[in-house]
Design a protein around this ligand. Structure first.
Ligand code: NAD
Length: 226
């Protein structure tokens, strides 16, 4: 039977591709204060530092590839309706072939106008430099949600989670709100799985599959492909 599978992913799903997570031992924020690079105040104070940080992240992203977890999720679309709600700003789900990807925290491979949020531009091979302007003449900035800014696509994400037959949470510490709270919207009937190498506390109703995304996702999804 074709079911609705909703995946809620975070930085951990891309760790095995070589992208650092948010708070891990080698996490991004160990080397950078979030207030220096990921807030509107940082952008106002030192836009060059902010652009350098994201340009570096983007250059790394271009060098890495989707891993077995991203690829298995893309393959599942042949069997079920799959919606991926991701906190990640990378494009590895899309590059693996997933079509229904909802980004809550923006997309690193895009730029947007600093004046009008809806003016968004794919970057392709380019980075963003000071002096790169949108069509209204204002500086381009990374199309990412900074601390203190509104999460994108909230209604759409919540509606999908509220209709999920299966909810698979993977690679997230569930510590960035409001996004982390969305998983509580799944109805009682939803089968819930959490994939992580370790957990502090298991959210209600979840089965914990201990291990990494690339270890645990392919066999789990294989069992759903009948
Ligand atoms: P987080 O770093 O807070 O948590 C990562 C979680 O993944 C941890 O619980 C860790 O135990 C787990 N993990 C580590 N390696 C794993 C693996 N191989 N397989 C499965 N799980 C693994 O990340 P988060 O919860 O996504 O934090 C949210 C914020 O991080 C978001 O705002 C997001 O935009 C940002 N972020 C995104 C990226 C990316 O796009 N790849 C990278 C870093 C940070």
């Amino acid at each position: 039977m074709r079911e609705k599978v909703v995946v809620f992913s975070g930085a951990g799903i891309s760790a095995e591709s070589g992208l650092p997570t948010f708070r891990g031992a080698d996490g991004l924020w160990r080397n950078h204060s979030v207030y220096d690079v990921a807030t509107p105040e940082a952008w106002a104070r030192d836009p060059q530092l902010v652009l350098d940080f994201y340009n570096e992240r983007r250059q790394l992203l271009r060098r890495v590839q989707p891993n077995a977890a991203h690829r298995a999720l893309a393959a599942l679309e042949q069997y079920h309706e799959v919606v991926i709600v991701t906190q990640n700003v990378d494009d590895l789900h899309e590059r693996a072939g997933s079509r229904g990807v909802i980004h809550l925290h923006g997309e690193l491979m895009k730029a947007r106008s600093s004046e009008r949020e809806t003016l968004v531009y794919p970057l392709g091979e380019r980075d963003i430099q000071l002096g790169d302007l949108c069509e209204l003449g204002s500086q381009l900035r990374p199309h990412v949600v900074w601390f203190g800014e509104s999460v994108h696509n909230t209604d759409q994400a919540c509606n999908h989670i509220a209709q999920a037959d299966k909810l698979l949470v993977v690679g997230t510490s569930l510590s960035v709100y409001p996004a982390a709270g969305f998983i509580t919207l799944a109805p009682d009937k939803t089968e819930r799985y959490l994939i992580a190498p370790e957990v502090d506390s298991l959210p209600d109703g979840f089965v914990w599959l201990k291990g990494t995304a690339a270890e645990q996702i392919p066999p789990l999804l294989q069992s759903w492909m009948n």
